[in-house]
Structures are given as structure tokens and as C-alpha cells.
Write a protein that binds this ligand. Structure first.
Ligand SMILES: O=C(O)C(=O)C[C@]1(C(=O)O)C=C[C@@H](O)C=C1
Length: 357
């Protein structure tokens, strides 16, 4: 090893770090000025953040991967925004849930994440403007829709202003080492379902599977019971100082969960957006087909179509539809007009940027 060469590179890194430090603070000063210009108005601008992150990825010369530089800029923007006004974000707790991870992935570490005891409570705290935004899971690639979030969106005045897609890795966790002596496994019902095959193969049939409110709660219970294990993610393992007995035990290797970010604002177009709506239809043959004709006729692509039995009584089913494009784009606006002519219940949940990181 050449000491001289090492020193040359480290001197270069020191000089670069000084420049980066100066530039980051210069950037932060601009953000603070922007905060003054906004004058108490809405500080968080999802469309602008998506544009900044996309630009960084597109212009990235390497050798760092685009995803990595985007994550770094995510944190820089998070700190810049906190200088304007720190954001508070509600999520389904306790600390260490995948929803908290999703909130941090979307808003960065400078946001203040607040654990709530239920998705309902998280919505309520934002509806009453006690907190700024809520992050809630909406669908999982193996388990499908998260019914409670969908049901809340039917009646909530909140609007979708972003989405987060998170790869979900589950681990078998416990205070002790190995699987000997495990009598019960705690996990959220979704995690139990997502690791079903692995559990069948790797644990004795008489080990009890107990579903609890969250993965983090499972980890907490396992930390207090030597004959228990939990299925949870990395954050919960760290939070409760548990050992990883087995890693990535999810049956489906591409297990991902999509989360929605909801607040009070309408988001302007970012250049690559989605629009989410709810429509109602009677349970009549062909009703859904004719209802959806304006979507296809205007060349709008649907990226999701999910039905739920209606609880309101007036309708048999409600449909959650995601489509490409912003509601202000002509073809999307026309599709929405056409839908409104065919049913008396269309609710636009929001137009928002497609997830960048
Ligand atoms: O452009 C703005 O509106 C800013 O406030 C600056 C900034 C940034 O740091 O780039 C910070 C927060 C907003 O959510 C978007 C972008």
C-alpha cells in the first residue's frame, strides 16, 4: 500500500467535502428563502421533489448508482424542507413498522414520524390538522388490498399526494439463538400469510401462529418471551435488539407493499403522474364495462382496478381505479367527465407523482 497515494486521495476527498458542505448549505439557504416566499402556505411540494429526484437520476454520471444518489438527495431535500417548516407524518405504529420505513423513505429522516395505534387514528390526526400527512399501506404484491385504508378513503376528505413502494423483507427474530424452544410465533396477519410456506417447512407443526396488530408489536412481544419468536423487518429487529434467526423468509421474493401519502393539498403535475379515483356501480351485468368505456375511449391506461363491496347501501360495489396521467391533462380530464356522466358517485382521490425512489 502506498501511503503517499492514500494521502493524495484523502486530501482530495477533504477538499471535495468542503465544497459539498458549502454547496449543500447554499442550497439550504435557497430553500429557506423559498419558505419565506411561500409565506405560511403549503411548504411540501411533492411534484417539485419528484422532479428534483428524477433530474438527479437522469443526470447522474456515476460511478454511484442512480438509486443511491437519489436517496442522498432525498435526505438533503428533507433537511432543506425542515428549515422551512418541519413536517409531521402519522403512521400505523408502534415504532419500527414497515409503514414507518415507508414514511422515512418518502419524506427523509428530517420529518417527524408519529406512531398511531390504528390506521383510523392516523387518518383522524391528519384530518383534524393535528399532523400534516399520513402514510398508509394500500396494497401488497402477494396479499392484495389493505381493506381498511381503502374503506377510509371512501369517506375521508384527505387527498392522495404521493405513493411509496417498499420491498418487504421479513425475518424470524428472537432474543435467543436458533429455533429450539420456539412455542409461538407472533406476526401481523399479512406477514404470517406472506411467510406461510417457510413456516410450514421450517418450524414444527405445533408452533402456534399468533396474529397481532403490527410486526413491531410482534417483535416487542418476542423480546419479552423466551419461548416466542416474531416475524418482522430490520427496523423492528434493531428497535427490540432481537437476533435474526432466519433472513428474508417471505415466500415471494419480490414481495412489495405500496403505500399512499395523504394530506390536504392538490398536487400540480410533475410530468409523470397517476390519478386515483373511486367510482360506484350497481351489480348489473355489463354495468362495469359500460362505466369504464370513457377511460379506454380517451386512451387512458389503468394501472390498478380493485373492487370492494360498498358499505353505504346505495351501491353494490365501489371500484378503486388508478390511471396514468394527471387530472389536468386533457385525456384524463375527458375520461373523468365521461365517468361522471355514467355514475352519480365519482370521487377523485388525487393526482400525484409516480414514485421515484
Ligand atoms: O422548491 C421548493 O418549493 C422548495 O421548498 C425546495 C425543496 C428542495 O429542497 O428542493 C424543499 C421542499 C419542497 O417540498 C420542494 C423542494
Amino acid at each position: 500500500m502506498s501511503e503517499e497515494l492514500l494521502k493524495q486521495h484523502r486530501d482530495a476527498i477533504d477538499a471535495i467535502d468542503e465544497t459539498i458542505l458549502k454547496l449543500i448549505n447554499e442550497r439550504a439557504s435557497h430553500a429557506r428563502e423559498i419558505g419565506e416566499i411561500k409565506g405560511g402556505g403549503v411548504i411540501y411540494r411533492p411534484e417539485r421533489e419528484a422532479q428534483v429526484l428524477r433530474r438527479v437520476k437522469d443526470h447522474n454520471p456515476g460511478p454511484l448508482p442512480g438509486e443511491s444518489v437519489a436517496r442522498l438527495f432525498r435526505e438533503i431535500m428533507s433537511e432543506c424542507l425542515a428549515l422551512e417548516k418541519p413536517l409531521s407524518v402519522a403512521y400505523l405504529g408502534p415504532e419500527g413498522t414497515f409503514t414507518q420505513l415507508a414514511a422515512i423513505k418518502h419524506f427523509g429522516h428530517a420529518a417527524h414520524t408519529v406512531a398511531c395505534s390504528s390506521i383510523d387514528e392516523a387518518f383522524r390526526l391528519v384530518e383534524s390538522r393535528t399532523l400534516d400527512y399520513v402514510v398508509a399501506p394500500v396494497e401488497n404484491s402477494t396479499e392484495g388490498a389493505i381493506g381498511r385504508t381503502l374503506d377510509l378513503m371512501i369517506s375521508s376528505p384527505l387527498k392522495i399526494c404521493g405513493e411509496v413502494v417498499l420491498r418487504i423483507h421479513h425475518h424470524l427474530l428472537r432474543g435467543a439463538e436458533g429455533t429450539d424452544g420456539i412455542r409461538r410465533v407472533y406476526a401481523h396477519a399479512q406477514a404470517l400469510a406472506q411467510c406461510h410456506e417457510w413456516l410450514n417447512k421450517n418450524l414444527p407443526a405445533d408452533v402456534e401462529r399468533i396474529s397481532v396488530a403490527s410486526n413491531a408489536e410482534a417483535a416487542r412481544l418476542a423480546s419479552e418471551d423466551a419461548s416466542a419468536a416474531a416475524i418482522a423487518g430490520q427496523a423492528a429487529a434493531e428497535r427490540y435488539s432481537l437476533n435474526k434467526i432466519a433472513e428474508n423468509i417471505e415466500d415471494e421474493p419480490n414481495n412489495t407493499t405500496r403505500f399512499l401519502v395523504l394530506g390536504h393539498q392538490d398536487v400540480t403535475p410533475s410530468g409523470k403522474d397517476k390519478t386515483s379515483i373511486i367510482v360506484a356501480a350497481p351489480n348489473r351485468p355489463g354495468a362495469v364495462h359500460s362505466l369504464l368505456a370513457p377511460v379506454a375511449d380517451n386512451g387512458v391506461s389503468m394501472t390498478k382496478f380493485e373492487s370492494r363491496p360498498s358499505r353505504a347501501g346505495l351501491w353494490d360495489y365501489v371500484f378503486f381505479i388508478d390511471m396514468e396521467g394527471h387530472r389536468s391533462e386533457e385525456h384524463v380530464a375527458k375520461a373523468l367527465e365521461g365517468l361522471a356522466e355514467r355514475t352519480s358517485f365519482v370521487k377523485v382521490l388525487g393526482s400525484y407523482p409516480v414514485a421515484v425512489i
